[in-house]
Design a protein around this ligand. Sequence first.
Ligand code: AMP
Length: 507
Amino acid sequence: MNNNFIDLGVDPIIVKAIEEMGFKYPTNVQSRAIPHVLNHQDLVVMSKTGSGKTGAFGIPMLQMMEAEIVGPQALVLTPTRELAVQVESDISLMSKYQEVTTTAVYGQHNINIEVEAIKKGASIVVGTPGRVFDHISRKTLPTKGIRFLVLDEADRMLDMGFIDQVVKIIKTLPKNRVTMLFSATMPAEIQRICQAYMNEATTIALESDTKTVDAIKQLYYRVEANEKRTQLDRLLKIEQPDSCLIFCNTRYAVDKVQAYLERKGYVVDAIHGANTQVSRMKTIEKIKKGALQIVVATDVAARGLHIDDLSLVINYDVPIEKDSYVHRIGRTGRAGNTGKAITLATADDIMTLYEIEEHVGCLIEETELPTDEQVHEAVASATGKWVGVKPPKAHAGKDHKPSDHKSREYKSKDHKPREHKPREFKPMVQKVLEEKAKIVHVAEPIVEKVKEKIHVPSKPVYHKKPKTEVKVETVILPKLGPIEFRKSAEPIKKKKFLDKIKDLLVK
Ligand code: AMP
């Protein structure tokens, strides 16, 4: 493995610029990718977020820009505006001692400014697929000189529904080009793109680069849905992070959580799709400079946030997409720093969390919620910007109506580890009986699965049918996955269904 940029064949004027950015040695992805690109080879890089991939394509691309060519020579497609801005700004810093200009193009940005920047001779254009395609259609982005194409976070572009646009863009580009595709995962659709639009690409799979994830301490807390905000407050008081990013699944939740934390006295801002680009960038700058303690964000807004010393990521909501988890926690523990990722999981989230564990390939440790005593101690010994943080009122806040189970837990001085008593399957059956449910057919393969193991069923999802009828459509059993009761199938006799369930319970 090469241990410096010069050994990789990087031009000293670029090395000078990247050293000023604090890049002394190439990261794993950089040392493996740069020589290939300098050799004009197509490249597929499977790498987790935060591995230094911008340098992996930006550095060699800059080296191969030709000053005499007028117009764009390289096009970088990114899934979000934030990432476009970040990538463009990184490449621009890397090109500090070169005569190369770069520009970013993305939705909600003034298109005339972009047109001017391209006209003035930007060699590298970084943008979101929608806006790039818009420019190409208006003929304001000439593509004939493009010799490098980068598809950054390709799996995310697929997730976000941009892949058709990406393909349309690719079709307008000269065939004689170097194509680089970066993706944390390789769904079939992305593999098809590699086959169709790349030329004998070398694949670099950075298995060991899970270090980005390995360097992150990942844990989760079991919480009740109605106590999430209170627990969040308590955990923040325990953690006292230098900088913290809290993820919610919806804009609504982001606003709610932000308002709640503000009321609690935190210096907190929110980023989501409804904020303008300018305000998002301002928020990012503020947390980078340490002027904010906390940012609450949705996934889309958080793509491309580069905050190197982010010490804590909290999943206030468990992400719906498994890949989002990787991307979210990748905001901490970047480029060799250690980080921490906390997830709040309600009973309904546990299944998803197991799936995420499988996807990430490591265990997310369950941890006991802090006791009142621990929270008070942490508040009393607060340092830095956490000095003066108010201790929480003993779970008496108006947002928090603890269940009996919870109250016991908070009040207990000699706090005992929380027991996850498996709930019996019977109450569900009972409930079905009580509600005179009309049970729909149980899919056979699923029954087989249930036979393997029955434990900790969470609440069944009841869908109210007219008045007395209740359809049980899904029962979520952790470790087993949701048990679907076919919606459209013929209802079976209640007794037959119950016999089946009882049969399973006795085993
Ligand atoms: P990226 O994967 O390009 O988003 O990079 C993740 C983070 O690592 C960014 O904050 C970069 O500034 C940083 N980084 C990239 N390359 C290096 C390097 N060679 N040495 C140190 N930090 C780096």
